[in-house]
Design a protein around this ligand. Structure first.
Ligand code: PMP
Length: 443
């Protein structure tokens, strides 16, 4: 009898079970179907990515070619590129897909050395070390940097790889309210008396960990304020730039460049190659002493197979394009494009009445759904119209703060974005997630 023709009103939400799989089983649509068994609502398999305007062939219950608003392909390098791809193919022929050896055995090629130089130079640090996986970079480095007697102060919304690395380190872990410098200061003040020299306080070492752009919030880190507090209390700073390096800043050098922070003021810079550079792996950049120490002691450097040579070549080539070393202005155009695209898409979504999280210039824009039962509805209706959107929910977000997370790319054209906005607007009306009055379109 309810006005629930599409079947999207949830009739059962069991909150007693906080494991997502079980939670999904307890959320049913009004026909009593568990939403986890709604095959038409989720991506099945991506059959191929394409380089024409970021369209992806995604297999759902019906095979469809979708506009991809889900991948972290910020600069559009995650598909065939006229500069990168031929070089990657050459490196494949020269070195093969795997070194079959760790960095300290036979796994360091010329490409690995070149990559570390390029990365250090790009992020503005004296040295860098690279790993085959971004996740492992955080989870393996933190236990090497920190141990018993150390204090890690971590933003409450830091990525799981940081949480795991911090827990595994044996250090004491404290969390400060997300992106709230005043609370960070409160936590630090609780732990040490202000102004004491490093040697006269209970902790051997204090490290504060933040992200450049928060991947579930689309928000920029309040880095200048956080650095000032770290300096005052003599704590080290650790900045994860997974979502910001290459994606923001006039020359793509991340939040430091965007917010006017000198990289010298960030002690440890971490980032991944899986987003803006269209490859895989992660890096730590810092002082020469720090990097040498990590190279001697980090098990993920000593015992894991080194990053794949074609992946390394992809990163080097992408950085060359960003820096204009390919002899074109494509890099600068990509950077201008992602900024324009992001700001256009965000302001249009807000104008339509959606609640959109995040900051100006950020390519990550979560649209709030709140109710987890709206997840399959939103996803399914977008997929029906060939727009692929990633939805995120507990445990990646708090239980009742489910959202759709849009990732904008430099490879989206204005027409792509206009088409996506039309679809999202219609679906927003259907699912009931326009929480603000719409404003008229600017002429
Ligand atoms: N740090 C952050 C902030 C991330 O969002 C991610 C993954 N998206 C990682 C680290 C792990 O990186 P990767 O996916 O490259 O392993």
């Amino acid at each position: 009898s309810s006005n629930n023709l599409q079947g999207y009103a949830p009739i059962c939400l069991g909150l007693e079970d906080f494991y997502i799989r079980r939670l999904y089983l307890r959320i049913q649509d009004c026909f009593g179907r568990p939403i986890s068994s709604a095959p038409d609502a989720w991506f099945d398999v991506v059959e191929r990515y394409s380089n024409d305007n970021n369209k992806t062939l995604i297999r759902t219950s019906k095979k469809s070619r979708c506009l991809n608003l889900g991948s972290y392909n910020y600069l559009g390098f995650a598909a065939s590129d006229e500069y990168c791809t031929p070089r990657v193919i050459e490196s494949m022929k020269k070195y093969s897909p795997s070194t079959c050896s760790s960095r300290v055995d036979a796994g360091t090629t010329l490409l690995h050395e070149e990559l570390e130089k390029y990365v250090a130079n790009f992020v503005g640090k004296p040295a860098a070390i690279v790993f085959g996986m971004g996740y492992v970079t955080n989870s393996a480095i933190l236990p090497v940097l920190m141990g018993k007697g150390g204090l890690i102060i971590s933003d409450s919304l830091n990525h799981n790889s940081i949480v795991n690395g911090a827990r595994g380190s044996g250090a004491t872990v404290r969390v400060f309210q997300h992106n709230t410098p005043s609370h960070l200061e409160e936590v630090l003040r609780e732990q040490i008396a202000e102004g004491q020299p490093r040697t006269h306080r209970p902790w051997k070492k204090i490290i504060v960990i933040v992200e450049g752009i928060y991947s579930m919030e689309g928000e920029l880190c309040k880095l200048p304020e956080i650095i000032a507090i770290c300096k005052k209390y003599k704590a080290y700073t650790y900045l994860d730039e997974a979502h910001s390096i290459g994606a923001v800043g006039k020359t793509g050098r991340g939040v430091c460049e965007l917010l006017g922070v000198d990289p010298v003021d960030v002690d440890i810079m971490m980032g991944t190659f899986t987003k803006s550079f269209g490859s895989c792996g992660g890096y730590i950049a810092g002082s020469k002493d720090l990097i040498q120490y990590l190279k001697y002691t980090c098990p993920a450097h000593l015992y894991a197979t080194s990053i794949s040579p074609p992946a390394a070549e992809q990163i080097i080539s992408a950085i060359k394009v960003i820096l204009g070393e390919d002899g074109t202005s494509r890099g600068a155009q990509k950077l201008a494009r992602i900024r324009e695209n992001s700001n256009f898409f965000r302001s249009e979504l807000q104008r339509m009445g959606f609640e959109v999280l995040g900051d100006h210039d950020s390519p990550v824009m979560p649209i709030m759904l709140y109710n987890p039962a709206k997840i399959p509805a939103f996803s399914r209706e977008c997929l029906k119209q060939n727009v692929a959107v990633v939805t995120v929910a507990f445990p990646a977000t708090p239980l009742l703060l489910a959202r759709a997370r849009i990732c904008i790319s430099a490879s989206h054209t204005k027409e792509d974005l206009i088409q996506a906005l039309e679809v999202i607007s219609q679906v927003g009306d259907l699912v009931g997630i326009k929480y603000f009055p719409a404003e008229p379109k600017k002429q």
